[in-house]
Design a protein around this ligand. Sequence first.
Ligand code: 5GP
Length: 120
Amino acid sequence: ATTDTGAPTIFDKIIAKEIPSTIVYEDDKVLAFRDINPEAPVHVLVIPKFRDGLTQLGKAEARHWDILGELLYAAKIVAEKEGILDGFRVVINSGPAACQSVYHLHLHLLGGRQMKWPPG
Ligand code: 5GP
């Protein structure tokens, strides 16, 4: 498992467009792009453009309230654009025990197939 060192991550390079990604939604605060290793027909990562200490949900502070709402609402917009509003899943892995690998808060939007519950 990767640990949270607070160092910049690959997502900064994706935001800066130094590394290519397939962007599906972008506004001034939020970027959404396809996961490079998709676990479902639709697998999009929704991230804040300014990490502002938000390496993981477990580090959220009151100042992050607005961006947390923006991310969740952006997930709904992307779900609509991707045609999966009938059923989709949003996942946030926070910390090593949850298998977080990139320490720039991101929400996984998954859909396009029947999902199982509970997750592993
Ligand atoms: P985590 O395990 O931290 O919740 O999720 C990180 C996700 O980022 C993984 O699903 C992984 O496939 C994805 N990922 C890692 N590096 C890249 C990259 O360079 N480009 C894209 N599009 N996705 C990435």
